[in-house]
Design a protein around this ligand. Structure first.
Ligand SMILES: Nc1nc2c(ncn2[C@@H]2O[C@H](COP(=O)(O)OP(=O)(O)OP(=O)(O)O)[C@@H](O)[C@H]2O)c(=O)[nH]1
Ligand SMILES: [Mg+2]
Length: 391
């Protein structure tokens, strides 16, 4: 599957940059492309300059709203992010239109954080503009949710997140939800953590996007998982996970191998990787709330067998009881059994609902406070009414 990727704002741009790195890796290691283009859009010129893999020209690193922000971002005001992209849309639409292999694009993937200003405001507006122009093309969002400490410290965080999520839900075909808090690793500085998180966020997409593009017959699975399967699976709130089970180099004395031990070991590796994928999902959710699901098994060709595939399917069916499950195999890995898992059309996402509830509370307390401030201002004006002004 080939995606046209657009990262909006700092977080969106950096994750899009990771996708550009992934495409370079797919090309180098496997001789295939998994993107048709990768673009970063921002109101902040320094953020655009800091990217590494996205082509460094104005068609791929697009500065918007320079007159309004002086190239320094919108300071977390996502309404301003939305307004700017509405005015500067044509720059991005033009870059999309002139993408060299645009006709090979299976879907759009727009990426942003929900809590910031530029990305949070831009992503739904840009999605709407692309949807209007390319009615037939599926359009997905990947939205990063803030860390817990940000919700406590910055009031705008909840408001931006809720408005971004609502707007994205109204326009995108599916929204991958990524909870920053789930990826925190201790003993790293914030900057290291963000870079690590971004790598982990894109990792599950590697085999998933490669599987359907594979050209070498020996790496084509018995059951190919291609763009059609992915598009049929993706709908509404979506989470993604990735699990890996290393294959130890087993050595038996005198060159003998134990078939029995090998077989049980294989299926166990499969379930271990699946359990890993479930526990590493990009947002905590209940798998029984998913109406659609998909898994891709990647393993060395000689490890791939029906036992393994069935075992993995069964373990998913046991927890995603309501889901239509699609699957595929990709005999590509060298020394591990990997599972990529998607749960989609989630009907109840606690964390999203929480944002909506908290935002409504925030809006009503903000209104009250604002009325209070207006009253206080009136009192000041009243107090100096009889004082002569120098203006
Ligand atoms: N995972 C991840 N999260 C990030 C990254 N950079 C920022 N964030 C998160 O994104 C939110 C802040 O949004 P940004 O993307 O920095 O904001 P922006 O879209 O550039 O908007 P403005 O700076 O306000 O103009 C916070 O919740 C951060 O924790 C990143 O590289 N990776
Ligand atoms: Mg920024």
């Amino acid at each position: 599957m080939k995606l046209l990727i657009i990262g909006c704002g700092q977080c969106g741009g950096r994750i899009a940059d990771e996708f550009a790195r992934l495409n370079r890796k797919a090309r180098g290691q496997r001789g295939i492309d998994i993107t048709t283009n990768t673009i970063a859009v921002n109101t902040d010129i320094a953020d655009l300059t800091g990217l590494s893999f996205i082509k460094p020209d104005y068609q791929h690193r697009i500065l918007i709203g320079a007159q309004k922000t002086g190239g320094h971002g919108v300071g977390k005001i996502n309404e301003l992010g939305a307004e700017i992209i509405r005015e500067d849309n044509d720059k991005i639409l033009e870059a999309v239109k002139t993408t060299r292999h645009f006709h090979e694009t299976d879907a759009f993937l727009l990426i942003a954080s929900a809590a910031g200003g530029t990305g949070s405001g831009a992503i739904p507006v840009l999605a709407q503009a692309l949807k209007e122009r390319y009615v037939e093309k599926p359009l997905y969002n990947l939205i990063v949710l803030p860390f817990k400490h940000e919700e406590k410290v910055e009031e705008r965080t909840i408001y931006n997140t809720a408005t971004c999520l609502k707007s994205a839900y109204l326009v995108a075909d599916a929204i991958f939800l990524i909870d920053n808090q789930r990826y925190i690793k201790k003993n790293f500085s914030l900057q290291d953590n963000l870079a690590k998180i971004n790598t982990l966020v894109v990792e599950p997409f590697y085999n998933l996007l490669c599987a359907g593009e594979e050209k070498k017959p020996k790496y084509i699975g018995a059951k190919i998982l291609d763009a059609g399967d992915i598009i049929q699976t993706l709908s509404g709130w979506t989470v993604i996970g990735y699990g890996k089970s290393q294959i130890p180099m087993l050595k038996f004395p005198f060159g003998m191998s134990s078939n029995f031990r090998k077989k049980t070991g294989e299926t166990q590796k499969g379930s271990n990787a699946m359990n890993d994928a479930i526990s590493e999902l990009s947002l905590k959710c209940n798998p029984s709330d998913a109406k659609r699901a998909l898994y891709l098994l990647s393993a060395p060709p000689d490890e791939m067998n029906m036992n393994l595939i069935n075992e993995i399917g069964n373990s998913l069916k046991r927890i995603a009881t309501e889901a239509i499950i699609r699957s595929g195999d990709y005999p590509r890995e060298k020394r591990s059994v990997d599972v990529t898992l998607i749960l989609s059309e989630l009907v109840n996402v606690g964390k999203v609902m929480e944002y909506f509830t908290k935002a409504i509370r925030y809006i009503s307390s903000y209104k009250k406070r604002w009325e209070g401030v207006e009253y206080e201002h009136k009192e000041i004006e009243e107090a100096f009414r009889d004082i002569p002004s120098l203006l």
